[in-house]
Design a binder for this molecule. Structure first.
Ligand SMILES: Nc1ncnc2c1ncn2[C@@H]1O[C@H](COP(=O)(O)OP(=O)(O)OP(=O)(O)O)[C@@H](O)[C@H]1O
Ligand SMILES: [Mg+2]
Length: 316
């Protein structure tokens, strides 16, 4: 197997007595989208800054394509494109001027730069706003321009630090579409966020960090299976609120972890949906209940984080 595009080993960074990043290791394979997830202050930005060579680790290694970066001018650095958490734009410059400025940092030839600027603006859906000043952009549009700036040197690996923070739902969807388009072009993506649903939509695998340490590194499917050993939630709305005399008998059916009735809504936690769904429906029919709505759900990453840490994800 070829070496991973990115490998970090035992990365560590302390600020005084605080270990912001405390021995973090993980790898990102070529073409993969890895989610780096953790609550506020978990150490995500500090990790990314060390990956991008903006911050020197106290100890540990960053390998890109199997090799360590040798200083700022190492051509290997061109494989990386960082989209920082804080916007890095000039408000008084137009979108195109902002991109030309960032492009100049990579000393691209004029023709190449113009082509890349046009490509980058098209990917983020701002082609028709190229001549407008950044200050006239909405928060979501600024974020998309920020993303475009990281694409100019055509990096293989994109490091995205919470690209949807402070963005309205419509722009958020546009950013997701942009990232999916980049993936389809074969880019490798490290996507940092504290939103579970973003990781669930975009990523194959997730590394969860908390207090500077990796607390999970797995596929989303495997993490789901870990939380509640693959349990399923089943919600059944009945035509009318039953007296519920049958509830204790229902709880006795095999594979039912819990069953609660709130008005006409019956909520069940099951070991296995395939095994239990049919006996439950049969049971309700025998008790002359009419089902008007039925839905099932899997444990999400939110509940996985709770299982792993005993805390809600958005707590700090
Ligand atoms: N320059 C600094 N000096 C002192 N402490 C810092 C510095 N940068 C980060 N920290 C601390 O290190 C910890 C990790 O910060 P970091 O910004 O990496 O977290 P994060 O996971 O990116 O959080 P967020 O989701 O809020 O962006 C925090 O406790 C933060 O206060
Ligand atoms: Mg951060």
């Amino acid at each position: 197997m070829s070496s991973p595009l990115l490998e970090i080993r035992q990365l560590r960074k302390t600020y005084g007595s605080l270990a912001a990043v405390d021995g973090v290791s993980f790898t990102v394979q070529r073409g993969e989208c890895l989610g780096l997830l953790g609550p506020n202050g978990a150490g995500k930005t500090t990790t990314l800054s060390m990956l991008a060579g903006l911050l020197t680790p106290d100890s540990g290694q960053v390998l890109i394509d199997g090799r360590a970066l040798a200083g700022d001018t190492d051509p290997l650095k061109r494989q990386l494109g960082l989209v920082p958490q804080e916007l890095a734009l000039y408000e008084d410059l137009t979108a195109a001027e902002n991109l030309a400025f960032f492009g100049a940092l990579y000393s691209l030839e004029k023709a190449t730069l113009h082509q890349r600027m046009a490509d980058a603006l098209a990917i983020v859906g701002l082609a028709d706003r190229a001549r407008d000043k950044a200050r006239t952009f909405s928060g979501g549009m600024k974020r998309r321009l920020n993303l475009a700036a990281a694409l100019l040197h055509d990096p293989q690996l994109l490091l995205l630090d919470e690209p949807t923070v402070g963005v309205d739902p419509q722009s958020r969807n546009a950013i997701f579409d942009n990232i999916e388009a980049l993936r389809a072009r074969g880019k490798t993506i490290l996507y940092t966020t504290h939103y579970m649903e973003e990781v669930e939509r975009l990523c194959d695998r997730v590394v969860i960090v908390d207090h500077g340490k990796v607390i999970a590194d797995d596929t989303i499917a495997a993490l789901r299976a870990r939380a509640g050993s693959g349990g399923n939630l089943l919600k059944i709305t009945l035509a009318q609120a039953p007296a519920g005399a049958w509830l204790p008998a229902l709880r006795q059916l095999a594979g039912i972890r819990s069953a609660e009735l709130a008005g006409a809504l019956l909520s069940l936690e099951l070991d296995d949906l395939t095994a239990s769904a049919s006996p439950i429906l049969h049971f309700l029919r025998e008790h002359h209940e009419t089902i008007v709505h039925l839905s099932s759900d899997r444990p999400n990453l939110e509940s996985i984080f709770l299982t792993l840490t005993g805390r809600q994800l958005r707590d700090t």
